[in-house]
Structures are given as C-alpha cells and as structure tokens.
Design a protein around this ligand. Structure first.
Ligand code: GRF
Length: 200
C-alpha cells in the first residue's frame, strides 16, 4: 500500500472543517492521513474534538511567544517532529509570514468561505448579503504570501436565497466546505505522491 501523506490541520476555533478532514481520512483509499492538529488558541473547541476523534492535538499558544517568528518556529518544530508534509489551515486566524509560507509552498492549503477572488478577508457572508450577490460559496486554495490570493484548487457554489441572513447563508456554505476540503486534500496528496513516489 502506498503510504499516505502525513498531514496537519491548524485551527483556532470550533474545528468543523478539521473534523470533516479527519472523518474523510478514515477511508482506506484517502491519500492523506491526519496525524496532528495544532491550535494557536488553547481554548479552541476543536482541540478536544480532535482528541475525541483519535488525533493528537496540541495548543501552541500564540500569547506565550514574543512574536510571530518565535511562534512560527514553534509550529515548524512541531510539524517537522511529526514528519508532516501537508498543512491544512481550517479556520486558523493567524496570518502566516512570507518565509513560513515559502517554506511550505505547494504543501499549505486553506479553506475560505467565498468564491475567491471575490470577498477576500473576513465577514464574507455578511458582505455577500450586503452586496446582494445571487451566488456565494467557498474555495480551497494553495496559500501564498498574499492573503486569500493563492491558486484555486476547488470551489463550490451555493445560491443566496431571499430569506437568508448571515447565519443561514453560512450554514449552507459550511456544508459545501465540508465536502470540498477533503476532496482538495485528497487530490493534493495524490499529486504529491505522484511527484515523489516512495522508494520500494
Ligand atoms: C470556516 O468557515 C472556514 O471557511 C473559515 O473559518 C471557518 C472555520 O470553521 N476559514 P470551522 O472551525 O472549520 O468550523
């Protein structure tokens, strides 16, 4: 059996996308394995959820470090020790530095709740309603130094309905996030394996 690509998920909050990735990776033919969950916030609900799902989960508390370089060095140490090859950002609320992003180039992905390049940044559901968009959705993309601007891997569209408020719209988008994030991770892991097959 071809070894699966060791993957970490970085979170800051509830971890529903993280959970979708862990569940999907239980399938025998999924090409990535979730080996580690890290949170910059020790209070993130997703940490205990990950442990319940049988995945090692640790906080690397941003506030315990003197600044971003020290925090990112701690992340890097943990990821390297766990022999991680892919990092998935799933509601991770820190902007990673250009050197960190460069080091993980092609191996670092994010899910964003809009149809990029439309609605980069925060509060996308409120903004979709304020702009009276007919269509909204979510995007999995490779992370580059420019925020929410890396190459798009997978997108899903949902309609914006007349009765929608931000939470109804967010729930419709989230359902699609949980579908496309595993799909994008599986495809990326497969392509990395194809580039660099394990020695027999
Ligand atoms: C998701 O909407 C994701 O697209 C955005 O942050 C939210 C995280 O939710 N980046 P969860 O922690 O995965 O439930």
């Amino acid at each position: 059996m071809i070894p699966r690509v060791r993957t970490a998920v970085l979170i800051s909050g509830r971890g529903s996308n993280m959970s979708a990735l862990i569940e999907a990776a239980r399938s025998r033919d999924f090409s990535a394995e979730i080996v580690l969950v890290l949170s910059d916030d020790p209070a993130a609900a997703g940490l205990s959820l990950a442990r319940k799902l049988g995945v090692a989960a640790e906080a690397i508390d941003f506030r315990a470090y003197t600044g971003k370089p020290a925090f990112e060095a701690a992340l890097e140490t943990r990821l390297t020790a766990a022999r991680v090859e892919i990092v998935c950002l799933a509601g991770f609320m820190r902007v990673l530095s250009a050197p960190f992003v460069e080091r993980w180039k092609g191996h670092l992905i994010n899910i964003h709740p809009s149809l990029l390049p439309n609605l980069r940044g925060l509060n996308t559901h409120e903004r979709a309603l304020a702009e009276r968009l007919a269509e909204h959705g979510c995007t999995v993309h490779l992370v580059t130094a420019e925020l929410d601007a890396g190459p798009i891997l997978v997108q899903a569209r949902v309609p914006v309905l007349p009765a929608d408020d931000a939470s109804a719209l967010a729930a419709r988008v989230l359902k699609e996030e949980h579908r496309i994030y595993p799909q994008a991770l599986d495809a990326l892991a497969r392509s990395l394996r194809a580039e660099a097959p394990e020695p027999q």
